[in-house]
Design a protein around this ligand. Structure first.
Ligand SMILES: Nc1ncnc2c1ncn2[C@@H]1O[C@H](COP(=O)(O)OP(=O)(O)OP(=O)(O)O)[C@@H](O)[C@H]1O
Ligand SMILES: [Mg+2]
Length: 450
């Protein structure tokens, strides 16, 4: 058979680059994508600087990873850059550096240095130049004014610095010098800190297998990890993990589900800890799944349309981890901000979460005071074989979640909550709100809040 005639059709650089600015990043998720690359390059220190100078404001993200040679930087600048990915890589599309940067700015540069070079080199994409020429041309960074910003962090060590300039999307360019723009930037930095503390909490605490602990800072302020499961609280229920074997279009993999039921407000050690556990989107929106891919959080909270967020179930938070082999099954999007539960396993996952949601609801409704010990107390988890999801659903139906109170339970010591429950159970309707108010005041008093 003869080869069909072919015609090379190169995309219009200026048109495509402009469209790629809108693939779904906000400032925090755009920085997170750059941080992914730093972690991938073995960085243990990532320093983010956001400098406010009106329309000359800029952002740098500097790491001490293994860096890139000049040829590697140029390849990295390619839209759809090429390299082999290993099983646990955070990267996937060969786009993140470019699309996340363009979502925030019209000019970005990458300076980098490996152990083989004694100084860094830098290249940049400039949308103004691309608009003039309509060519896919990366420029070397000649402008000397940037030298201290991009080269100084790489004087003593290997690593990479990403510079975002002409940050039109970050400031809104009508009044880039005003107090309003400055305030906006400060609030964006606060959101960024919360976002990175959450998305990379496993890396910040050295909990990702095969990776060193990573330190991060914004304008010199270290980022402290935010643990959605508040494992530091004595009354957090850590329920037994479940492994779910998944097969999708010939690819096999495993999903690890780790359920937690957080303490209710009254059970937190302090009101400050309760407030900080609320998370960036607050308690109600932070309930549900925390979906991790190769240790990095992709989704924080929400029930993936299996349920709707409900005040009564807000204490349920469930880690769900999958490895990049299952990207297609989870339909990972380019901005790595969204996944979908594999359609053929939704029922099985729904069955798994029902008992967890039930405990969370009971805890919220204060029916479950006696058994809320850190280890799960005398909660009994069904013993199930999770290798076959259709069977799994069946087994869970046959073995519903049980709570057992041992015969030799020690004499009852009542907690304040239990006393309140007892009082409420014998109270007349008009007395209930008075009782609740009195107990609320008592709790605050005991916590030294009055
Ligand atoms: N900080 C860095 N240190 C070393 N190499 C880097 C760094 N940032 C980017 N690279 C290189 O540039 C390549 C392109 O990065 P880019 O983020 O565009 O794509 P990716 O990480 O491969 O995939 P994804 O689109 O999923 O992010 C990376 O594969 C990596 O080889
Ligand atoms: Mg990347």
């Amino acid at each position: 058979m003869t080869e069909p005639q072919s015609h090379e059709v190169i995309p219009s650089a200026k048109r495509l680059m402009k469209s790629l600015r809108d693939v779904g990043y906000d400032f925090s998720s755009a920085v997170a994508d750059i941080v992914d690359n730093s972690i991938e390059a073995g960085a243990t220190k990532i320093e983010i600087n956001v400098e406010f100078h009106g329309d000359k404001s800029f952002v740098t993200i500097a790491d001490n990873g293994r860096g890139m040679t000049p040829e590697q930087i140029i390849e990295a600048m390619r839209f759809g850059s090429d390299r082999d990915y290993s099983k646990e890589d955070l990267g996937k599309f060969g786009l993140g550096l470019k699309t996340s940067s363009l979502s925030q700015c019209r000019f970005f540069a990458v300076a980098s240095r490996t152990a083989k070079q004694d100084k860094a080199e830098a290249y940049c994409w400039d949308m103004d130049y691309v608009e003039k020429t309509d060519k896919w041309h990366v420029l070397s960074l000649e402008d000397k004014t940037w030298a201290p910003v991009v080269y100084d962090p790489l004087k003593k060590n290997t690593g990479t610095v990403v510079l975002w300039w002409k940050v039109d999307r970050m400031l809104g360019y009508e009044h880039p010098y005003g107090e309003h723009a400055n305030k906006k930037l400060i609030s964006m930095c606060r959101d960024l800190e919360e976002h990175l503390a959450m998305v990379f909490h496993r890396f910040l605490t050295g909990r990702v297998l095969g990776r060193e602990t990573v330190r991060m800072s914004i304008n010199g302020n270290p980022i402290k990890s935010w643990d959605p499961f508040v494992r530091y609280e004595a009354k957090t229920l850590v329920l037994p993990p479940i492994k779910l074997a998944i097969e999708h279009e010939g690819t096999k993999g495993e999903v690890l589900i780790e359920p937690y039921v957080l303490p209710s407000q009254q059970e937190f050690s302090t009101i400050e800890k309760f407030d900080s556990a609320a998370g960036p989107a607050n308690w109600n929106q932070q309930q549900g799944f925390y979906i991790y891919r190769a240790g990095r959080m992709i989704q924080s909270g929400g029930w993936c349309r299996l349920r709707t967020p409900d005040e009564h179930t807000k204490l349920a938070r469930i880690a769900l981890s999958f490895s990049p082999d299952l990207d297609d099954a989870f339909k990972l999007n380019v901005a790595k901000r969204q996944v979908q539960l594999p359609a053929e396993y939704r029922d099985a996952i729904d069955k798994i979460i029902q008992p967890i949601v039930k405990i969370a609801r009971e805890r919220y409704d204060r029916k479950d005071r006696r058994d809320s010990h850190a280890s799960g107390g005398n909660l009994q988890w069904p013993r199930i074989d999770t290798s076959d999801p259709s069977q799994l659903a069946l087994q869970l139906e046959k073995q519903p979640f049980k709570r057992i109170v041992p015969d030799d339970a020690p004499p009852q010591v009542w907690t304040l909550d239990e006393v309140e429950q007892k009082a409420l159970s014998v109270a007349k309707p008009h007395e209930k709100s008075i009782i609740e108010n009195v107990f609320e005041r008592l709790r605050k008093k005991l916590w030294g809040q009055l």
